[in-house]
Write a protein that binds this ligand. Structure first.
Ligand code: ABU
Length: 775
C-alpha cells in the first residue's frame, strides 16, 4: 500500500502513523516490543498463559515512575493460525511470536518489520526452533532479541546468535540432575531417544558426554524424525528400562503411544521427560495420537520429569516489589487468566521477568543516550541505528535483577545453574518429589520430599533384568551316597578278589580262570571309580579326561566284558572246534585279547584327545531360569568338559562296546549247552548283558529327557553304573562262592554240544599243565 503513495502522501502517512502512536501511548513516547508467542500448532504452545504475565508486567512498568519515565511500552504478537494482517494492524501492542514454526516465524517477523514502525526489541520465541531461526536474522535489523522460554543449548552460541539473550535454563543444564537421579537409584544402564532436531541432539550429546567414563552405560541411542514407533521398538529390543528423552511434547505423546503399542511401559520402565511440557502433556491433544487417554495414562505412569524451578524459591521482593507468591496470586486472579492456561502457567514468572528485564535494558539505554548526548532519543530508533542497538545489547548484558522467577544475570559464556524441580507421574498426576540443588554447589544434591515417590509394590525399578548366576553343583546329599555305594562296590570287588585268590586251587574257581576273574574285578573297580569324579564343577581342562566318566567307565567296561567274553570265547573255541580239543588256550592269550580290546579303546581315546581335546565350558541352563519379583532372575550354569567332536568319538566308543556286547551275546548263545557250571559263564553273561542293555536303555532314555539336568543326570548315570557293575560282579562270583561253600561236584556237570550232540564230562576236558588255564 505504501508503495503506491506519492512522496507527499508518504510523509503525511508517516506523520499520521507517528501521531497515532503518540496519541495511543498514554505516557508519551512509545517503545515497541515485537513478541513471539506460540499459541497454536505443535511444539510448545503455552503463550496464552504467558500473555497474561506480559500484560501484567507492561501495566506495572508503565505505571512505574522509576523506570522508562516519559515512555510507554507497547507490544505486538503474531500466531500462524490466525489472520496475521488483521492482527498486525492493531497498534499499541508488543509483537510476540506465538508458534513453533521457524519458517512462519521468520516470515512474520520480516513482514512486521516492514509493515510496522521500528521495534526496539524482539521478544521470544517461546520455542527454541523459532528463536534459532529468527535470531540468526533479527540482528541484521539491529535488533536485540530476548527469549523468555527457549531452552536449546545451541542458543548460547554468540557466534551464531549474536544479539540473543534468554531467561530460560538451557535443557542440558538438567543433565547433571538426570545423571544423579540414575546414581541415586543405582541405574547404570540408560537409553536415549530424541527428536531429530539440533536442539535435542545437542542435549542428548551433552548427556552422553557427561556419562562417558562413568559407571553408566548408554545401551541405545535412538533418533526419530516423524514416527518414533520403530525406534521405540528398538529400545524394547535393547531391554531399555531407563530412557532419557529430548523432544517436543507432541512427539512425546507419539513416543508414549508407541511405547504402549510395543509394551514398553509399566513399573519396570522409567521415562524421563523435560519439565517445560504442559502439566498433563500425555493426556492432551490426543486427536493425532492412536492411543486412548487410558492407554496414555498407562504408558506415562512412573515417568520422571526434570525441569527448572520457574519461580524464585526465595521469599524476596524483586524489582517489581513482588515476591514470587504474590505474583502467583495476582497472576491467577488476573481478569484475563482462564483455567485453560493452567497447563502452561509455569512460564508466567519468566514472561513477567522477561518484560521487566527488557524494560530495564531500555531504561539503561535511555540513560546512556542522554549521557553521551546522542542526537536521537530511544523512541526515534530505526533499524539502521547500529550504535543504539549496541547500547541496548550492552545494557541487556549488564542487567542484573531479582525477579519473580529468581535472580537474573547474563554471565558471558556459561549459563546459570538453577534449581531443578523433580516430578513424577504417579496415579495419573504429575507430583513434585524433590529438588536438585545445583544453584549453590556445583556438584549438586537432591532434596527429596519424604515418601513422595511411590514405587509400584515398593520396588525400585531396575536398569535391566537383574541376573545373578549360580553354578549348579552336585549336592553332597547326592554325591556322598553315590560315593559310599561306589566304595561299597569296590569293597565287594576286593572281597571277590580275596575269595578268588584264596580259593584259586578250588576246582570250581580254578576251572573259571581266576586270573581272568581278577581282571574282570579290576574292570569293575575302574567302573566304580568313575563315579568319584563329578561331571560338573570342572576347573581345569587337563583333568577333563579323568573327570569324564567315559575314561574310567570306557576302560572298566572294556576290561570287564573283555575278560568275561574272552573266557567264553575260549569255551566256545574248545567245544565247537574238534581240532582244538587237544589244544590249550592259555590265560596270557586271553589277557592279550583283553589287552587288544583295551588298546583299541585307548588308541581311540588318544585320537580323541589329539583331534578334539577337551576344554572347560560354561553351559547356561536356559530352561532353569528362576524369575523373582522385581525383575530379578537367577541363571543356572554348569562348568563341564566339552570336546567339539565328542558326539562322534562317543558314538565310536558306543559302537565298540556294542560290538563287544553283541559278540559276547553270540558266544553266550553258542555255548549255552556247555553244562560245566564252573567252566562256562554263558548264563551269567546272558544275565549281565540283560542288565547292561536294560540299564543302558534306561540311562539313554533319561539322558535324552533330562537335557540340562546335570545333577539328575549324574545321579541316574551313577546309579545305573553302580547297579550294573554290582550285578555283573555278583552274577559272576556269587555262583562260584556258592559252589565252593556247598562243595558242588564239578564232575557231575555234563557237556552237550548243541550242534554236534557231543557230550562230555569234566574228565574229557583237555588236559593242560595248569588246570587253572583250562577254561
Ligand atoms: N518453553 C518451551 C521450551 C521449549 C523450547 O525451547 O523450544
Amino acid at each position: 500500500m505504501i508503495k503506491t503513495l506519492t512522496v507527499e502522501n508518504k510523509v503525511i502517512f508517516h506523520f499520521f502513523l507517528v501521531s497515532f502512536y503518540v496519541i495511543s501511548s498514554g505516557n508519551g513516547r512509545e517503545l515497541r516490543f515485537l513478541m513471539m508467542l506460540p499459541r497454536t500448532g505443535s511444539g510448545w504452545i503455552g503463550s496464552d498463559a504467558c500473555e497474561v504475565a506480559v500484560n501484567m508486567a507492561l501495566d506495572d512498568i508503565n505505571a512505574n515512575e522509576n523506570i522508562l519515565k516519559d515512555y510507554n511500552l507497547t507490544y505486538r504478537w503474531f500466531d500462524s493460525k490466525e489472520n496475521v494482517r488483521k492482527k498486525n494492524r492493531i497498534f499499541n501492542v508488543i509483537l510476540v511470536v506465538i508458534q513453533c514454526d521457524p519458517g512462519t516465524s521468520v516470515y512474520r517477523m520480516f513482514e512486521m518489520f516492514h509493515a510496522d514502525p521500528p521495534y526496539h526489541m524482539l521478544l521470544g520465541g517461546g520455542c527454541s526452533i523459532t528463536s534459532e531461526a529468527t535470531s540468526q536474522v533479527s540482528y541484521m535489523w539491529n535488533i536485540t532479541q530476548f527469549s523468555y522460554g527457549s531452552s536449546s543449548p545451541i542458543l548460547s552460541d554468540r557466534k551464531r546468535f549474536p544479539r540473543f539473550f534468554r531467561i530460560a535454563l538451557p535443557d542440558q543444564k538438567l543433565n547433571p540432575a538426570r545423571i544423579d537421579l540414575m546414581r541415586t537409584f543405582n541405574w547404570k544402564k540408560v537409553a536415549t531417544i530424541n527428536q531429530a532436531l539440533e536442539f535435542f541432539s545437542v542435549v542428548i550429546d551433552d548427556f552422553v558426554q557427561r556419562v562417558r567414563g562413568t559407571e553408566i552405560t548408554i545401551i541405545s541411542q535412538e533418533i526419530f524424525v516423524n514416527d518414533p514407533l520403530t525406534r521405540v521398538q528398538n529400545l524394547k529390543t535393547h531391554d531399555a528400562r531407563i530412557i532419557m528423552t529430548a523432544m517436543y511434547e507432541h512427539k512425546a505423546r507419539d513416543v508414549l503411544c508407541a511405547a504402549y503399542k510395543v509394551g514398553l511401559y509399566g513399573p519396570k520402565i522409567v521415562w524421563v521427560f523435560v519439565g517445560w511440557f504442559s502439566s498433563y502433556f500425555w493426556r492432551v491433544h490426543l486427536d493425532n495420537v492412536a492411543c486412548t487417554e487410558y492407554e496414555m495414562d498407562l504408558a506415562a505412569e512412573g515417568a520422571f520429569i526434570t525441569g527448572p524451578v520457574y519461580q524464585n524459591p526465595t521469599e524476596e521482593r524483586g524489582i517489581a516489589n513482588l515476591t514470587a507468591k504474590e505474583f502467583d496470586y495476582l497472576y491467577h486472579h488476573h481478569e484475563t487468566y482462564t483455567p485453560e492456561m493452567k497447563q502452561n502457567d509455569f512460564v508466567a514468572h519468566q514472561c513477567y521477568d522477561n518484560i521487566w528485564v527488557s524494560a530495564m535494558a531500555l531504561n539503561c539505554t535511555v540513560q546512556r543516550l542522554e549521557e553521551i548526548g546522542h542526537p536521537k532519543t530511544l523512541d526515534m530508533f530505526t533499524y539502521t541505528d547500529t550504535d543504539i542497538n549496541d547500547i541496548i545489547f550492552e545494557c541487556m548484558g549488564n542487567t542484573s535483577m531479582t525477579g519473580v522467577s529468581g535472580k537474573i544475570v547474563f554471565t558471558a559464556g556459561a549459563d546459570p545453574n538453577r534449581i531443578v524441580k523433580m516430578e513424577r507421574i504417579q496415579g495419573g498426576k504429575r507430583e513434585l518429589i524433590g529438588h536438585y540443588r545445583q544453584d549453590k554447589y556445583p556438584n549438586g544434591y537432591f532434596e527429596w520430599i519424604e515418601d513422595a515417590i511411590k514405587w509400584k509394590d515398593g520396588n525400585i525399578p531396575r536398569d535391566s533384568t537383574y541376573v545373578t548366576q549360580k553354578e549348579v553343583k552336585i549336592p553332597l546329599s547326592l554325591y556322598v551316597p553315590v560315593a559310599v555305594l561306589s566304595g561299597v562296590g569296590i569293597c565287594l570287588a576286593i572281597s571277590f578278589f580275596t575269595f578268588n585268590v584264596i580259593y584259586r586251587q578250588n576246582r570250581n574257581v580254578k576251572l573259571s580262570s581266576p586270573n581272568i576273574n581278577s581282571v574282570i574285578l579290576l574292570g569293575c573297580v575302574l567302573c566304580y571309580s568313575s563315579v568319584f569324579f563329578k561331571t560338573t564343577e570342572v576347573e581345569n581342562a587337563t583333568i577333563c579326561w579323568v573327570r569324564t566318566q567315559k575314561f574310567f567307565f570306557g576302560l572298566g567296561f572294556t576290561v570287564t566284558f573283555g575278560g568275561l567274553f574272552s573266557k567264553t570265547w575260549r569255551v566256545y573255541r574248545i567245544f565247537t572246534n574238534k581240532k582244538l580239543l587237544k589244544r590249550t588256550i592259555k590265560d596270557y592269550q586271553l589277557l592279550a585279547i583283553i589287552g587288544g580290546l583295551v588298546g583299541v579303546v585307548a588308541v581311540m581315546m588318544v585320537l580323541w584327545a589329539i583331534i578334539s581335546p577337551y576344554s572347560v565350558v560354561v553351559n547356561y541352563l536356559d530352561k532353569q531360569v528362576t524369575v523373582f519379583a522385581n525383575d530379578a532372575e537367577v541363571h543356572l550354569f554348569v562348568r563341564v568338559c566339552h570336546s567339539e567332536y565328542s558326539t562322534y568319538f562317543g558314538w565310536a566308543l558306543y559302537i565298540i562296546q556294542g560290538a563287544l556286547l553283541s559278540f559276547g551275546a553270540f558266544l553266550a548263545w553258542e555255548t549255552r549247552h556247555v553244562k560245566i557250571q564252573a567252566l562256562n559263564d554263558s548264563h551269567q553273561i546272558g544275565l549281565c548283558l540283560y542288565n547292561v542293555v536294560i540299564l543302558s536303555a534306561v540311562g539313554l532314555t533319561l539322558s535324552l529327557l533330562l537335557v540340562d539336568q546335570e545333577v539328575m543326570m549324574y545321579g541316574i548315570t551313577s546309579g545305573c553304573l553302580i547297579i550294573g557293575t554290582t550285578l555283573t560282579q555278583a552274577v559272576i562270583f556269587i555262583p562260584k562262592i556258592h559252589a565252593v561253600y556247598n562243595k558242588v561236584d564239578t564232575n557231575m556237570t555234563t557237556f552237550e554240544n548243541g550242534t554236534g550232540g557231543q557230550s562230555a564230562n569234566n574228565e574229557s576236558l583237555p588236559r593242560t599243565g595248569n588246570t587253572a588255564d583250562t577254561a
